[in-house]
Design a protein around this ligand. Structure first.
Ligand SMILES: Cc1cc2nc3c(=O)[nH]c(=O)nc-3n(C[C@H](O)[C@H](O)[C@H](O)COP(=O)(O)OP(=O)(O)OC[C@H]3O[C@@H](n4cnc5c(N)ncnc54)[C@H](O)[C@@H]3O)c2cc1C
Length: 262
């Protein structure tokens, strides 16, 4: 599995092999079957976001922060089809699987069908994936940057840490245009008791209008020590990543989740 470096003699693992091992691990922990998800409840949790709670037909392993591909059973859809990717908003410590969905007007036929779902109806889910997961090192300070609906994987991580009584050094920069857009307030409130500091950006709630270098430096002691998780619409994620790179944050400490499709 390992080879000695020709000049230093240090042992190293071939990158290709590390990739294969990673893929095998994901294959082992992924559901290789289609999950039947029965809708239990739908709750409006912010101005345009609804939380869907499903009962899966079997238990499955996942890491907080991962996503699933969700398929509508009916086939009549617009050209964009009957499948979408949504982060799992719940934690593996919860019995029901949650997803938080943002609705727009006009909606795609997929979202219209989602809106018409009643408790008892079913969706199918599979293709579990995503490396937007908590670091192995529990002492690493965590900086979460959520752009609007990008809050969903953080809800999963925070609920997981709350349920496992794990205190962490963590800060959430939550970019929302209006206080009515803030979702999952209950979990965010509980997470403050295990160390989460929340800074609302652009919501008219706090003084921060913009996520920039000054805001980061004013709130984070050692900016190069932390691991940064950035989640939300693609342009917001790209802009934030660029900013962090310009601030000389190591790319190893930046993890991103692009909510492409908008
Ligand atoms: C890893 C990952 C995780 C994600 N997690 C989430 C999540 O947790 N929650 C979430 O809400 N989304 C999430 N997304 C995004 C999600 O997959 C959808 O792409 C997104 O919600 C858009 O949905 P929609 O295509 O049904 O369009 P809609 O949301 O209905 O519409 C989006 C925009 O497109 C316009 N539009 C609608 N239909 C059409 C059409 N036929 N042609 C052109 N424009 C159209 C609408 O007017 C609107 O402006 C995630 C994406 C990825 C890749």
């Amino acid at each position: 599995l390992f080879a000695a470096h020709p000049s230093t003699g240090d042992l190293f693992i071939y990158p290709e092999l590390a990739l294969i091992i990673g893929n095998i691990y994901v294959y082992i922990i992924s559901p290789k079957y289609r999950l039947n998800m029965q809708l239990i409840s739908v709750n409006k949790i912010s101005e345009r976001v609804f939380d869907y709670a499903f009962k899966p037909n079997r238990t499955f392993n996942f890491e907080p922060g991962q996503y699933l591909e969700w398929t509508l059973p009916r086939s009549k859809t617009d050209s964009r089809g009957n499948r979408r990717t949504f982060s799992i908003a719940s934690s593996p410590t919860e019995n029901l699987v949650h997803m938080g969905v943002k609705f727009y007007d006009p909606s795609s036929s997929y979202k219209k069908a989602l809106k018409a779902m009643k408790p008892g109806d079913k969706l199918y889910a599979g293709q579990l994936a995503g490396d937007f997961i908590l670091p192995y090192d529990k002492s690493k300070p965590l900086i979460f940057v959520a752009g609007g609906i990008g809050i969903t994987p953080f809800r999963s991580m925070l609920k997981y840490l709350i349920d496992n009584h794990q205190n962490r050094k963590m800060t959430l920069f939550y970019l929302v245009s209006d206080p009515s857009e803030i979702a999952y307030k209950d979990v965010l409130g509980q997470a403050q008791k295990i160390g989460l500091k929340i800074i609302f950006v652009g919501s008219k709630l706090d003084s921060a209008d913009k996520f920039n270098e000054e805001l980061l430096k004013n709130n984070i002691k050692n900016i190069s020590e932390a691991r940064y998780y950035v989640s939300g619409p693609s342009t917001m994620v790209d802009d934030t990543k660029r900013l962090l790179k310009n601030m000389k944050i190591s790319r190893n400490n930046i993890v991103t989740d692009h909510f492409s499709g908008y």
